[in-house]
Design a protein around this ligand. Structure first.
Ligand code: SF4
Length: 340
């Protein structure tokens, strides 16, 4: 994906800017990337983002950008459906809302009322609050949940800011999760407490459900390059998605992983860890997602509701996860394989 062309030609032809961040240096810097965009001053991002009756899918196709200020609730406790990788004090934060990629199963389409993208420009306020928390306790923080930060790196550089912050705080561990694959990301700081986490899906699933994302091969190549350079790399086989050919598809994916590791002279034992998890989503998000995406097979699958979470029927779920855990267990220590 050519992000530059994407930003400048297709997306973000309209940029809404809260009046209170109009003069913020980061606002000015972001706007330099869009000399042709129509800039609209607004009072509050919610005036655009939270309007009733928006068509999330249409908006995502011609996404506008909203530059705003986050006022409170900088950090949230990790949700039970998210993997904590054995860490205590598991939190996440949203410095952006919505994503440049367009995965049909993405929970963001069920969570947000809009397909437009918000960037909170006051990153330093997050850091200020985090400084105070870290005086009292360590934290494991996922900074790329409600967007894909690394996909937006050429525009805002937030991953670099987070890594620079983590470099000064030993008791902070951050995870930056991504489906992007720009090798430029290896100009970012290489630190033991910053984990670059790559979501891997079989190519057939990428073609079917993960519009706009880099290929499986490109993601694997980027991850192995990072590992070779000494970065902390996590591979996330999560969400695993069902297709009738899922076993064959994951076999192919694992073969691609094996080949890439071999080419670089690496072993999967060198990974920080891996995660395995089949697709799951809270019932509230699923309700909206099903209304929004009536033709998406990954959304309309007859999932079962277990305690408010939609997931694959237990037999299928177990079959898929067990298979992958078994295969990964042949390649690396079992203690490094996390699953729900
Ligand atoms: S990359 Fe992640 S956040 Fe972005 S659309 Fe896909 S699932 Fe959603």
């Amino acid at each position: 994906m050519n992000l530059k062309n994407d930003y400048e030609n297709a997306k973000f032809t309209h940029i809404y800017v809260e009046k209170r961040v109009w003069s913020h240096p980061r606002t000015k810097e972001i706007l330099t990337h869009f000399p042709k965009a129509q800039i609209v001053a607004i009072d509050h991002y919610k005036d655009v983002f939270n309007r009733r009756g928006q068509d999330v899918i249409c908006e995502h196709r011609s996404q506008s950008l909203i530059l705003a200020q986050k006022e409170d609730h900088y950090f949230y406790e990790g949700a039970p459906v998210c993997q904590d990788f054995g860490n205590t004090n598991f939190y996440y934060c949203s410095t952006m809302m919505n994503c440049i990629f367009d995965c049909s199963y993405c929970y963001l389409k069920g969570m947000y009322p809009s397909g437009h993208m918000v960037i909170f420009v006051n990153l330093e306020d997050y850091f200020r609050e985090l400084e105070q928390i870290l005086v009292k306790k360590p934290m494991y923080l996922c900074v790329s949940y409600d967007s894909d930060l690394l996909a937006m790196e050429p525009l805002v550089g937030y991953a670099k800011h987070w890594a620079d912050f983590a470099a000064k705080h030993d008791n902070l561990k951050i995870e930056i999760r991504t489906k992007s694959a720009g090798h430029k990301m290896w100009e970012l700081p290489c630190l033991t407490n910053v984990i670059y986490a790559f979501t891997l899906s079989p190519q057939r699933m990428i073609d079917a459900c993960e519009k706009g994302t880099p290929s499986a091969k490109a993601r694997i190549a980027c991850a192995t390059t990072g590992l070779k350079l000494g970065y902390s790399i996590r591979l996330c086989f999560d969400p695993m998605l069902y297709l009738p050919t899922w076993r064959e598809d994951y076999d192919t994916l694992l073969r691609q992983v094996d080949e890439a590791f071999k080419e670089q002279g690496l072993s999967m034992k060198q990974l920080t860890d891996v995660s395995v998890g089949t697709f799951r989503i809270s019932q509230d998000y699923m309700k909206k997602l099903r209304r929004t995406m009536p033709a998406a097979p990954a959304v309309q699958f007859p999932y079962v509701n277990v305690g408010g979470v939609y997931q694959y029927p237990p037999k299928l779920l177990k079959e898929m996860e067990d298979y992958l855990i078994l295969e990964l267990g042949k390649r690396m220590d079992k203690e490094k394989i996390y699953h729900e």
